[in-house]
Design a protein around this ligand. Structure first.
Ligand SMILES: [Zn+2]
Length: 356
């Protein structure tokens, strides 16, 4: 890849990381949507009748790929030393920045992990880490969300952005990911509205998590809602657009001027029991990415891996945080994607999204 310095005339801007402000020039290769520490068990309170608990064992992996809901403890990332070693793997392949887009509802309960642990990981692994804020899907909302007004929720989000997460002084650099179910719950619209308000006041990028899969198809309507609220389309990251592999769907969102993220690279699960049509695999992501590039969407595409299961970590048999750099980029090069385009997707698009 060519140098990642700023282009002539490109303004140097600032991004808030967990260790303080960093120039966009120093972001380098960015994973725009990951989780270093999280606990998603709150979002899936109704556990599988045959649920198995505990960390991943090799004999569980086949079943996990067919139905991840059977293994709730895989949805927890809470080991600092492991995180440092896994993130170091990303740095070894040239990665420099990770956005941990983990909002309230998906964070682990311990402040020692979120956000304090993020700072430890950032320093020890030598990678910029950017924290998230806001609220995940309704199933994980704290009780006060239901009883709060949009304005009160906006103020909560703004206070994290201005004063830091839980009074630690560690400030988020993105709003989100804001969680939406299918259909979108009333409280989720309220949270999204509040997040729009916080976006307009701070300029921070707004990450939106629409429901995965063909059953959802809500991303175009959600993007229109956010645009009507006056959010700058260039500050919107519509996440998980590789969750429903339909070119028309992806284009309808991109044509609104927002970023579209193929941020589940490496996740190749099946969801037979809940939504058979969501079977996105890397070969499909690769194919659709090439189509979108050929159609001229280069400047709106983001890629990441949305690490949120233990089984995505190398320790537990996954590809790790270096998956895109190690495995996907060579494949794209082989398909004829040039360095300028790769630099755009991995460096310049994230820089434009994240910079203030
Ligand atoms: Zn998400």
């Amino acid at each position: 890849m060519t140098s990642s310095g700023l282009a002539p005339g490109e303004p140097q801007r600032i991004v808030m990381t967990v260790t303080g402000p960093v120039s966009t020039e120093d972001l380098g290769i960015v994973l725009v949507h990951e989780h270093i520490f999280l606990d998603m068990r709150q979002s899936y309170r109704v556990h599988h009748p045959d649920a198995q608990y505990g960390p991943p064992k090799i004999h569980m992996l086949g079943e996990w790929r067919r139905d991840h809901s059977k293994f709730p403890d895989f949805m927890v990332l809470d080991e600092v030393d492991l995180a440092i070693s896994e993130i170091s793997g990303f740095a070894e392949y040239g990665g420099k920045t990770i956005v941990d887009a983990t909002p309230i509802g998906a964070r682990p309960p311990s402040r020692q992990l979120y956000p304090a642990g993020l700072r430890t990981v950032s320093v020890e692994a030598g990678v910029n880490v950017i924290a998230g804020c806001g609220f995940y899907i309704q199933a994980s909302h704290p009780e006060y969300v239901r009883t709060s007004s949009t304005r009160m929720l906006a103020e909560r989000i703004l206070s994290e952005i201005e004063d830091g997460i839980d009074g630690t002084g560690i400030r988020p650099g993105v709003i989100g990911e804001i969680g939406l179910s299918q259909p979108v719950e009333d409280d989720e619209w309220k949270v999204l509205d509040a997040a729009c308000e916080a976006q307009k006041q701070t300029g921070l990028p707004l990450y939106i998590h629409p429901y995965f899969g063909a059953r959802g198809r809500i991303a175009p309507d959600v993007a229109k809602f956010v645009l009507r609220k006056g959010v700058d389309p260039r500050k919107i990251n519509m996440c998980h657009m590789d969750g429903y592999m339909n070119l028309d769907y992806q284009r309808r969102v991109a044509d609104l001027g927002v970023f579209i993220a193929f941020d589940n690279f490496g996740l190749e699960n099946y969801y037979d029991s809940i939504d058979f049509s969501y079977n996105s695999h890397d070969s499909q992501r690769h194919e659709h990415l090439l189509k979108l590039l050929a159609l001229g969407y280069r400047d709106q595409i983001l890629v990441s891996q949305d690490t949120c299961y233990k089984t995505q970590l190398t320790r537990y048999g996954g590809h790790g945080y270096a998956h895109i750099l190690r495995n996907i980029v060579p494949g794209l090069r082989h398909a004829g994607v040039d360095d300028t385009t790769l630099e755009c997707i991995l460096v310049k698009n994230p820089r434009r999204l994240l910079g203030l």
